[in-house]
Design a protein around this ligand. Sequence first.
Ligand code: NAD
Length: 374
Amino acid sequence: MTTATLAGPRKVHVPLGERAYDVLIGGDLIASAGEEVAARLGRRRAMIVTDDVVAPLHLGALSAALADAGIAAVHHIVRHGEGSKSLEVLARTVEAILDAGLERRDVVIALGGGVVGDLAGFAAAVARRGMPFVQVPTTLLAQVDSSVGGKTGVNAPQGKNLVGAFHQPSLVIADTATLSTLPERHRRAGYAECVKVGLLGDAAFFDRLEALGARALTERIDEAVATAVAAKAAIVVADEREHGQRALLNLGHTFAHAVEHCAGYDGRVVHGEAVGLGLALAFRLSARLGLCPTADAARVEAHLAAVGLPMRFSDLLVDLTAAGLRAAMAQDKKVEDGVVRFILVNRIGDAFVSSSVTPDALSAFLVDEGLPAP
Ligand code: NAD
């Protein structure tokens, strides 16, 4: 992975052979998005997919930048929120691309958070059997995590992200100035994915974030996004289709997905908040199993709490039970032969995949974490 700090944006190159692409990170990058897209994909036509919150804030600037570079763009606006990651909204998005008369080499651009990126990326993967796709992530979560790596998809009634495809973007433009309009709750949620990168493989990065305390949410954000993107890109390049190492990116996510599933994706818990709690749980479970120092679990919890992330089940406005969470975990994509795989830790910066957490040990842990058993 090469990471370049130019006079302008930071650039992380993701070397995936013929699917290689750049991630540009910096302030006010939307203004030059048209030039960057045209330089890589030519002056093709574009469909911008965005949501009804982001559209009034950033769609005008992106459309103007594309027009300046001679790219004719139409747009498709979906309702904000996880509910738009559905097969119904996917179908309408693909139809919008086809109705607009876009050809196979035209480009689909996702402007928004992880919901829009996952939806638009999947639409680009299947429309005309695959169209080029550009990510313009506008949440911290999407900038540090979901816009890089090529996982796209929607949710099914049976569970989250169960229908999807690997489809790498041709370019990612992470304009950190767009974060100025992002509500603090979503900034915190995205920050959980940023911290995750340090916790799973880069202790020095966690040390730097920890030293900033709550200021890490706003200070040195370009640097944090670039570090997180470079770390994610390295893992993706080593294991594009998640046969091994990429699973480490799921640190905290077995718990998080189960919490989200039980909460019903109704906005009471957003993904990154569930991830924040999931990170603390992964460390506490590892400490309980004697794998990781309790002092590390305490440091993780202290830092995440300092930025305002939920650290206990009781911090959530959701009624959960140990049995309900276990049932949700059994639906997780990471289940193999009926065994739930957890990402556990030896210490901060050293995570590994474990299939050895028994159902009884898990139940006892969840009850000790304050959940009723049935
Ligand atoms: P989101 O896309 O729902 O965005 C959060 C909210 O912020 C939305 O209401 C959105 O309208 C609003 N918003 C977005 N940008 C804004 C801005 N600049 N100013 C003001 N408001 C803004 O949620 P998210 O947290 O970005 O993404 C969560 C999704 O990402 C989940 O569906 C999760 O499964 C997915 N995800 C995917 C991957 C992957 O590898 N593909 C990785 C992690 C998460």
